[in-house]
Design a protein around this ligand. Structure first.
Ligand SMILES: [Zn+2]
Length: 168
């Protein structure tokens, strides 16, 4: 998939341009908070992409949040996290902090609650609902539809997996 291991502003701009072209292989990647290096899913976690990672690693781990932070092969720091570009008039880069989900159900529908951090607000975090339908990443850019029961389970799972007692 041709992800190079460069770092810095130029690389970030290139990633932005590539993400805009809709190249799914470059729309989701991993970035080290320590040395800014960026790598693809294969290099970071041996996975073919974000959907494969969620279905083959995160879901079977029962949403173990420690799978969302891995060692950086460049600087050794335990600071590699999933990264993507949030489409706005002026594109924003987003770092994934937490993901929990319920399912997938027999049809393959997997609604999730994501907590992310925008570069423009490095101390804050925001929440949104995304979904997977099988291994299609289409639902990762659309809001999930959840029942009251699914919503309750997502919020409870978030509390359990992050150790945050009071949420929301
Ligand atoms: Zn690093």
């Amino acid at each position: 998939m041709g992800v190079d291991h460069g770092a810095g502003r130029d690389h970030t701009r290139k990633a932005s341009a590539m993400a805009k072209t809709g190249l799914s292989s470059r729309s989701w990647w991993w970035r080290c908070d320590g040395c800014d290096s960026e790598v693809g899913f294969q290099a970071a976690v041996g996975s073919r992409g974000v959907a494969h990672f969620i279905l083959d690693t995160l879901t079977p781990s029962d949403w173990n949040q420690s799978t969302l932070v891995v060692d950086c092969q460049r600087c050794g720091a335990h600071k590699l996290r999933i990264r993507y570009e949030f489409p706005r008039a002026s594109p924003e880069f987003v770092t994934v902090l937490h993901i929990v989900g319920v399912g997938p159900d027999p049809t393959g529908y997997l609604p999730m609650l994501w907590e992310t951090r925008f570069d423009s607000d490095p101390e804050g975090s925001v929440f949104d609902f995304k979904y997977l339908n099988g291994r299609s990443t289409l639902g990762l850019t659309k809001p999930a539809v959840v029942s009251q029961d699914q919503l309750r389970r997502l919020l409870r799972l978030y509390r359990e997996r992050t150790g945050v007692a009071q949420f929301p």
